[in-house]
Design a protein around this ligand. Structure first.
Ligand code: ADP
Ligand code: ZN
Length: 689
């Protein structure tokens, strides 16, 4: 027998291997095979009697049980085709390898009174085991601490083996207060509509302002699906939104859902994947990669904040948008796809107006009232006088404050006396000063430079300018010395769980945050949101700049006044009349959409055309992109560019954009059956330039 094996090698077709008589393999199995001078794991994508390869075949050397059902294999195959990436590489990156979970925390697998009885019987025979059980009874759950007890490491291993202990399954410490919620009529209608779509692959857009109860709609739909033995997937665009979603889902479903996201240790990722394969996972929450989880009897996939660009994986192959994958699954497996947003992607809203998605509107906030919104000039101060006054007022009334800025670092730029802006020598993007290590950082390659000289004039003293989250935190501490201030951004993710818990408990008065805190989070204590710089995105040369600006402001503003206290939002902007800012201030998505759609149509951007981004990398990137452009033009493609991009880690890059109709990706696949290795092909890009 011959196994066709997809190997994790870019753009390679599957390889033939001989299956020795003592092994049996099936499609979806993982196999260990020789490749050149190495050995690698691959996935069996086909079996045959006759090889397609004429040379001598090497043998499969080992195999592990099924890791991929046929439906998941097909799905990943489709994604690899759509993103012009080899199947083996796509499989290696999307299907986790078997891996053992290391217990970082353990818990008793038995009721406490049974455990007490067991520890009593163990006390003389195996005192170390008894000690471990008693310590856990006293609340010690960390594996590291338990190992410190005399004989603790071995005892813990034995108890895990005997099934008296188990690895603690709670991935987050976040807890949700018990509450009983009676859905309002719009929510009930939405849940009913979604119920009707389970099994038929119908798609919905749940559209409502922040706090209108969208999340509650997904959760109830999951619960209804469970009652009909259907499984569900709940996706959020960022890990920081998972603890709350996970806790809320646990409350509505009665037991905590499983989790799946990139940062999860491999063993735990495998546990969720394997549980899904065996039909044991009923509901999973995760970020974009969770959309591939092989849940059985999938009834529903929900994407909260569906307009968030983080749903698209575009920094690493295979390139995919979780929404598109969910819709592929809907067509194959029939789950209802529920997209939720206060500010949907323009493309999504357009599809809803065209009848491709059923629009389910939740017009009103369920808790609190719409916050009052005012605009303040940005000026020179980081926190201007109007925002300062508002912070004073809210802190005085024991409200919590969120200060939002989507930029990391302290100063976001450095300029030399000779007027050169300091840039990363490898990536050419401006360097950002971080206070934590007093160094200039490149946010593209991560390099930190301390002893920099201006490449133009050799000077080593620079003028630092611009405002990042560190500087906002610093200013907040200076201006409000008696308030507890915390910062949550990519530089403090390690403390995320702790910070979110402290905010929930009211222990933090001022939270400074980037990106993630502007979305989804539901903290009733936050009464004031200050948007430190609303103008920041306007200068980016991207056709989605308006959409991003609207989403950012509307999202951040939506964090205010989710509890009893009336909410207030202060937006620092020097261009409040710009349509994306004006409509966001008025929370008027319809007005934004109307203006934006006209602009997209006149310039022929999505949804009125489809774009494919191609990036050539390497020494002659521009020349190669130019030659490719000529070739494609000759085949009657519409090509924009080539345009030179900033290099990455010193490697030159150039971009082409191909524009066409819905069939442009298929046409390209015909024109470029084997894209060269220096070319990245990314359909429907989220970021340009
Ligand atoms: P969204 O996802 O639209 O921002 P959520 O579902 O998070 O809205 O709801 C906002 C808050 O209101 C949450 O704390 C939620 O528990 C609560 N909530 C949702 N629906 C109701 C309801 N029908 N009655 C009372 N509270 C509700
Ligand atoms: Zn760099």
């Amino acid at each position: 027998m011959i196994a066709r094996v997809a190997l994790p090698i870019p753009r390679a077709a599957p390889f033939d291997y001989e299956v020795p008589p003592h092994l049996s393999v099936a499609v979806g199995d993982r196999v260990w095979v020789p490749f050149g001078t190495r050995h690698v794991w691959g996935i069996v994508v086909g079996v045959a009697d006759e090889p397609t390869f004429a040379g001598r075949l090497l043998p499969v050397e080992a195999t592990t049980g099924p890791s991929l059902p046929a439906s998941t294999l097909d799905l990943i195959k489709q994604i690899s085709d759509l993103s012009f990436v080899g199947l083996g590489l796509a499989l290696a990156r999307l299907a986790p390898p078997p891996s053992r979970a290391r217990a970082r925390e353990v818990e008793l697998a038995l009721p406490p009174d049974t455990a007490v009885r067991i520890s009593a019987t163990l006390a003389s025979r195996a005192p170390a085991q008894a000690r471990v059980i008693i310590a856990i009874g006293e609340g010690v759950t960390g594996a590291a601490e338990l190992r410190q007890l005399p004989g603790g490491g071995r005892a813990m291993g034995t108890l895990l083996h005997k099934g008296i202990l188990r690895p603690r399954r709670l991935p987050f410490s976040y807890q949700e207060e018990e509450k009983t919620i009676t859905l309002n009529s719009a929510q009930r209608a939405a849940v009913e509509a979604i119920q009707a779509g389970i099994g038929s692959g119908k798609k919905y857009l749940v559209f409502g302002p922040p706090g209108s109860g969208k999340t509650e709609v997904y959760l109830r739909s999951v619960a209804e699906g469970l009652a009909r033995a259907k499984t569900s997937l709940l996706l959020a665009p960022e890990v920081s939104l998972l603890p709350q979603l996970w806790a809320r889902a646990g409350r509505v479903l009665g037991s905590p859902p499983e989790t799946y996201f990139g940062e999860l240790p491999p063993g735990e990722r495998w546990r969720t994947w394997h549980g899904a394969l065996r039909g044991e996972v009923r509901c999973a929450v995760g970020t974009r990669s969770a959309v591939f989880l092989p849940l059985r009897d999938l009834g529903l996939v929900a994407l909260d904040e569906e307009g968030e660009p983080a749903y698209k994986q575009e920094d690493m192959a295979p390139y995919y948008h979780a929404r598109a994958v969910a819709e592929l699954r809907a067509a194959r497996e029939g789950p209802a796809v529920v997209l939720g947003a206060a500010a949907p992607a323009v493309e999504t809203f357009y599809r809803a107006t065209q009848g491709e998605l059923e629009l389910l509107s939740l017009p009103d906030r369920v808790v609190g009232a719409r916050p009052t919104v005012s605009v303040a000039p940005r000026g020179d101060a980081v926190i201007g006088p109007i925002l300062q006054e508002a912070i004073h007022r809210h802190l005085g009334k024991r409200g919590q404050v969120l200060l939002f800025l989507n930029r990391l670092g302290f100063y976001t730029g450095a300029v030399c006396r000779c007027r050169s802006i300091l840039r990363c020598p490898d990536c050419e993007i401006p360097l950002v000063f971080h206070l934590a290590d007093r160094a200039l950082h490149c946010h593209t390659c991560g390099k930190a430079v301390r002893d920099l000289r201006c490449p133009s004039c050799g000077e080593d003293r620079f003028h630092l300018f611009g405002v990042g989250t560190e500087r906002v935190e610093h200013e907040a501490r200076r201006l409000f010395p008696s308030a507890t201030v915390a910062r949550l951004d990519a530089d403090t993710v390690r403390d995320r769980d702790r910070i979110l818990c402290a905010v929930a408990k009211g222990k933090i008065q001022i939270l400074v945050g980037a990106q993630m805190v502007g979305k989804g989070l539901d903290f009733p204590g936050i009464s004031l949101v200050g948007i430190v710089n609303a103008d920041q995105l306007l200068s980016t040369p991207d056709f989605r700049a308006g959409e991003r600006t609207y989403q950012l402001i509307a999202g951040a503003a939506g964090r205010a006044g989710r509890g009893e206290r009336p909410g207030e939002v202060v937006v620092q902007s020097d261009q409040p009349g710009y349509y994306a800012i004006r409509s966001a201030l008025e929370a008027d998505y319809a007005a934004f959409y109307a203006e934006e759609l006209g602009y997209r149509e006149s310039l022929r951007y999505p949804p009125f055309a489809r774009l494919v981004r191609m990036i050539a990398t390497g020494r002659d990137a521009e020349a190669k992109a130019g030659a490719l452009a000529e070739d494609l033009l000759g085949r009657r493609f519409e090509v924009l560019g080539p345009a030179r991009l900033f290099p990455r880690r010193g490697i030159p890059r150039a971009q082409l954009l191909v524009r066409g109709r819905g069939d442009v990706v298929d046409r390209l696949a015909e024109a470029l059956p084997q894209p060269p290795s220096w070319l990245k092909v990314d359909p429907d890009p989220m970021w340009l330039g």
